[in-house]
Design a protein around this ligand. Sequence first.
Ligand SMILES: [Zn+2]
Length: 465
Amino acid sequence: MTKALLAALLVAAAAPALSQQAPAPPPVPVPPQIERLRDAALSDDYAWDIVEGLTTEVGPRLAGTEAEARARDWSVRKLRALGFANVRVEPFDMPVWVRGEEKAWITAPFPQPIVVSALGNSGATPPQGIEAELVGFDTIDQLIAAPDAAVRGKIVFVSHAMPRTQDGSGYGVFGRARREGPSIASRKGALAIVVRSIGTDYHRNPHTGVMSFAEGVTPIPAGALPLPDAEQVQRILKRGQPVRMRLVMTPRQIGTRQSGNVIAEVPGRDPNAPMLLVSGHLDSWDLGTGAIDDASGVAIAAASAKRIMDAGRPLRTIRIVWFGAEEPGLFGARAYRAAHGKDPYYAIAESDFGADRIWKVDSRLGKDREAEAKMLQRALNPLGIVPGALDEAEGSDISVLLADGIPGVGLSQDGTHYFDLHHTPDDTLDKVDPEALRQNVAAWTTMLAVLSGGIEPHPNRRKRR
Ligand SMILES: [Zn+2]
């Protein structure tokens, strides 16, 4: 029997079964009001105004510092000026780490300076620094496998091969060098560790980021080298002669300080209806002004809520949360969950992957809300956004709420260039493309409109007509 004949018989056999099934219901059409809100948001200025204002008038906003406190004051003023209700700060305490001096040199066999930045929670060298033999590993697993004797009394260098990807999936795997490397090196008796930055750009910008020493492990100095410097060090090591490094790194733990979450709301018509939560994080690393991480995120969340508020009153309350202290380890997220984890939520979302265009929508609204999830996919389609999973949602701060089973939506930004800027001095306003930012606001406005339960004109405006 030919393959074609077999295929024809199979189709014929399957046909009666198929014809007995009820035809799939036609997709729920996207209401014109939602299409209008989506298209109008493509000329949004609210988000740019927030990103520009926050990065210019506050600048870097390291968690738990005076700068982050100024950012909260700025945020409260801004959110009130935009007309949101219930604008408030919910404070919490956290341990705070601040950067000191940071310098490095290869002292032998080819003496030269090397660019370095401390990782968050890094230990310190004495003020005059340390000098020791440098031992290199191509992967974190090589370091794990190395005998203690190969590392003891030395400075460890860990490289890795994080690729550039659209979805940023390399960060989890290759980020181990930064997150786990320092504890492993310290346990083996290393004096200090430097890692190749968890980044993709070839500028001499180190990528900082948080690490934490495991329980009982002695903190050691832990830094990141920019890619050009990391590859320079690799070449020097490959020459096969003993390599020595001098490192001066003087960050400090300054004890418990206050941080806080900034919250604002668009009150819904039905105060008992489960609400929508849109979010980003207000703190940033200290090297840049945190324009893409995450001034853009807080701006996108607030701008989309503002556009709904301008259009009328949603059935559901929209809560905006600008989390504090995300970067050092989700302190704001955990404080929020302790205070509001049991509040009723219809869906939650966070923007924390830069400011590039959104290309995919994932959601996890539940089996019984599949028609709604699919309408959201169709409503986003004209923005160049492809449908993704119906059982997935993610976000850094909101991960603690998603883990509790709360429904969520994930609007995935293109991350191809995100790790060129992430946690570097280059994370500044000029990297934000206003057109891409508007596409983000349009997508978030669409998402809120679809899930809002319907938006009715403001009663006072109705009376005036
Ligand atoms: Zn972030």
